[in-house]
Design a protein around this ligand. Structure first.
Ligand SMILES: [Cu+2]
Length: 184
């Protein structure tokens, strides 16, 4: 209750009004800044080819050192997922599931192709981003930042930042992903 009385009167020096007061001094630099901003916008518009939806990570418990991240990736032009990184894992790899000696195993691939207009689904039992050497347990309900790097057919690279929702360990678990070993 006491808190409500303190807040009401101190809105006179908002950041916005002080910025307006300063504006005339920096006006000389404005065209250059505008040009730079426009150039940046143009660059990002040209690169904004990839959309990642519904990113999530399977939570971990106890001493689990690795888990999978899943999402849907679509692209306006042919591209490839060539790398991923996250502050919660020392190593991040792109994995596929493959039959090795009649056993379904996951293994690292250098790149995951995403064709224009054909969304690729990373899901348990299929392609996934593997978080290895996790630095702390990933609790359901938290989020995990992941940076994905794509390389277009012109060799141009684009990074996409996602915040993956951590879901409970058992989420979407077909047989296989958790128990499959690495083949390398
Ligand atoms: Cu894996």
């Amino acid at each position: 209750m006491p808190e409500t009385t303190v807040r009401s009167s101190s809105s006179t020096s908002s950041p916005r009004s002080s910025q307006l007061l300063r504006a005339p001094r920096s006006l000389a630099g404005w065209p250059r800044v505008a040009a730079a901003v426009l150039a940046l916008c143009a660059a990002s518009a040209a690169l904004a080819q990839v959309t990642v939806t519904e990113p999530w990570v399977r939570g971990t418990v106890g001493g689990m050192k690795a888990t999978g991240a899943f999402m849907q990736i679509s692209a306006k032009a042919d591209t490839r997922l060539v790398g991923a990184a996250s502050p919660v894992a020392k190593v991040v790899e792109i994995h596929e599931m493959a039959m090795v000696d009649n056993v379904m195993r996951m293994r690292a691939v250098a790149a995951l192709p995403v064709a224009a207009g054909k969304p690729v689904e990373l899901r348990p039992g299929g392609y996934h981003v593997m978080l290895i050497d996790i630095v702390r347990p990933l609790e359901a309900g938290t989020t995990v930042p992941i940076t994905l790097t794509f390389e277009g057919s012109n060799g141009r690279r684009e990074t996409v930042e996602v915040k993956a929702e951590v879901r409970p360990l058992a989420a979407g678990a077909p047989r296989g992903h958790g128990s499959a070993g690495h083949s390398k």
